[in-house]
Design a protein around this ligand. Structure first.
Ligand SMILES: [Fe+2]
Length: 201
């Protein structure tokens, strides 16, 4: 039996990210939006599987593009939930991560400023991301369009921020700036540090 994608459970309760995100917004975002990308990806995989079994032609070119969009949505949302935490103990940045960011961005404060700018300037729908370049061992900022464009292939994702309108509109309306500012109070730095350690191996 071939595996398909499944919606991951959150590591916290839906009301625990308040005041960054309300219970209503997080529930809608996780249960409806994230689920939709999973359903779409699984449905495309099923179409491709069936066409292979039946040796029937399908519009593979467009299916593969749609698959990239929906799998990208699933992967990024799965990481986004893990990037967030209500626990104070996970909000402390490790010395290694601090040093890593300071070497590239001069200070953690400047890193946050640059990341926020890149995320806020996303055209249309997209994501801000902190990634690790395996060749230079440096952190890069990435501005992902939709879920799958403008990426650096093979770079390791360390942290992402969803800046699609569905990620904030219910709580912030058009105030994307406040949404991004409040994000910093709920980042799971423990998780980001672990992803950096894994990326460096
Ligand atoms: Fe989203």
């Amino acid at each position: 039996m071939k595996k398909i994608y499944k919606l991951p459970a959150l590591d916290y309760e839906f009301d625990q990210l308040s005041p960054f995100l309300s219970k209503e917004l997080l529930t809608l975002h996780h249960d409806k939006h994230h689920q939709k990308y999973i359903d779409n990806a699984n449905s495309i995989l099923e179409k491709i599987d069936q066409s292979r079994q039946n040796q029937a032609d399908v519009a593979l070119d467009s299916l593969v593009k749609d698959l990239s969009y929906n799998v990208g949505g699933h992967v990024l949302h799965s990481l986004f939930w893990k990037n967030l935490t209500p626990d104070q103990q996970n909000k402390e940045m490790t010395d290694n991560l601090k040093l890593f960011l300071e070497e590239e961005f001069a200070s953690v404060k400047n890193f946050k400023k640059e990341f926020s700018l890149v995320a806020s300037k996303t055209q249309g729908s997209g994501w801000g991301a902190l990634v690790y370049c395996p060749k230079t061992q440096r952190p890069f900022l990435m501005q992902i369009q939709n879920h799958h464009l403008n990426i650096y292939p093979g770079f390791k994702l360390l942290m992402v921020l969803d800046v699609w309108e569905h990620a904030f509109y219910l709580d912030y309306q058009t105030d994307k700036k406040s949404y991004i500012e409040n994000f910093w109070d709920f980042v799971n730095w423990t998780r980001v540090s672990k992803r950096l350690e894994a990326a460096r191996k």
